[in-house]
Design a protein around this ligand. Structure first.
Ligand SMILES: [Zn+2]
Length: 342
């Protein structure tokens, strides 16, 4: 029945065009155009059916997400730029939306077929930048007994690096000694080494000595979809040098930021659930607008190990066994996330 309606609608459209055009010659041009459109484009729905893909279309940011067990792709309406399994690609023609249906260029099929044999998932954390918060002239929080946050951050970060490396992660530290680094320098490092995740390690402080618990933060979402930010970042020309697509860098950054946001949220949730499962006093992940999260170029989370102002937690944090437990639980969380994303 639906097909019949479609055919009727098409006949009606052809008829209207012919009427509007008023002469056979132009109507012939239109049919040629339609033939091209047919051969150069595929209907998204039939494409997904053919390859066993599920798709999600977010009408707010115009991003179409395609999923299968082996492949994930992000497409942007009216854009010829997309991401497949973490790799950006550029098509000769843009993704189109017509009469509420989405059409993808034929060329995408070739890219999709070639990539779907790759066993590289879209989201996988392999390289991690561990950032021991504060350092040098900046001590961070200080406990009543004089324990400095910068010291505990560095100790746990170093343990975390070792533990992650044992599980096969490639790990960098933003600092290995008691040195001062600006926030900008820290996030630049994550970019330089093209890390899959930036995790900043901190310990908290509060006026109330009773406040305690582990906290996990990721970037506040309203900071995310601002095209202005994407434009700003795109000027840094980090990903591509392709000048033939005006605004391509901006679109890439936009897609990249969306990807970063998703992985930041997933990482935060995995950290929360893993710590919660192991009976740590941990609060549900929260959004924040910290500089390191906002400007990290890569997925980023900020991990607060506990409150130095709380006597119990300060005692825990001084304990080398507890420090190792924290590090090992972070590794567990990242590992289980990778498994889920595999
Ligand atoms: Zn701190």
């Amino acid at each position: 029945m639906q097909n019949k309606l479609k055919i009727l609608f098409l006949i009606f459209l052809c008829f209207s065009f012919a009427l509007l055009a008023g002469c056979g010659k132009i109507s012939h041009d239109i049919s040629t155009k339609r033939a091209n459109f047919k051969s150069d484009y595929l209907n998204l729905e039939s494409f997904c059916k053919r390859y066993g893909l599920a798709y999600q279309y977010n009408t707010v940011d115009d991003i179409i997400k395609l999923y299968s067990k082996t492949t994930k792709a992000d497409l942007l309406i009216s854009s010829s730029i997309g991401v497949i399994d973490g790799n950006f690609f550029s098509l000769k023609r843009p993704i189109l939306q017509k009469n509420g249906k989405i059409f993808i260029p034929e060329q995408f099929q070739t890219i999709f077929q070639a990539k779907s044999y790759k066993s590289q998932p879209f989201f996988q954390i392999k390289t991690v930048m561990v950032d021991p918060g504060h350092g040098g002239k900046d001590p961070g929080a200080i406990s009543r007994s004089g324990l400095k946050e910068k010291t505990i951050n560095l100790i746990v970060s170093k343990i975390l690096k070792k533990e992650l490396e044992q599980k096969g992660f490639k790990v960098y530290l933003t600092r290995e000694t008691d040195t001062y680094l600006s926030l900008k320098e820290r996030v630049e490092l994550a970019k330089k080494y093209r890390c899959d995740l930036f995790i900043s390690i901190h310990a908290n402080a509060n006026n109330s000595l009773r406040v305690k618990g582990i906290e996990v933060y990721y970037l506040r979402s309203n900071e995310l979809d601002s095209l202005r930010r994407a434009k700003k970042l795109s000027k840094l020309n980090y990903f591509i040098d392709n000048k033939s697509h005006p605004g391509a860098e901006t679109i890439l950054w936009d897609l990249n930021l969306t990807k970063n946001y998703q992985l930041s949220v997933l990482t935060s949730n995995s950290l929360y659930f893993t710590f919660h499962k192991l009976d740590f006093d941990v609060k549900a992940p929260r959004e924040a607008n910290f500089y390191v999260l906002r400007n990290a170029y890569v997925p980023a989370v900020l991990f607060e190990m506990g409150y130095l102002t709380n006597q119990d937690e300060e005692r825990f944090l001084r304990n080398s066994y507890y420090q190792k437990q924290i590090a090992q639980t972070i590794v567990l969380a990242l590992n289980s996330l990778n498994k889920k994303l595999d």
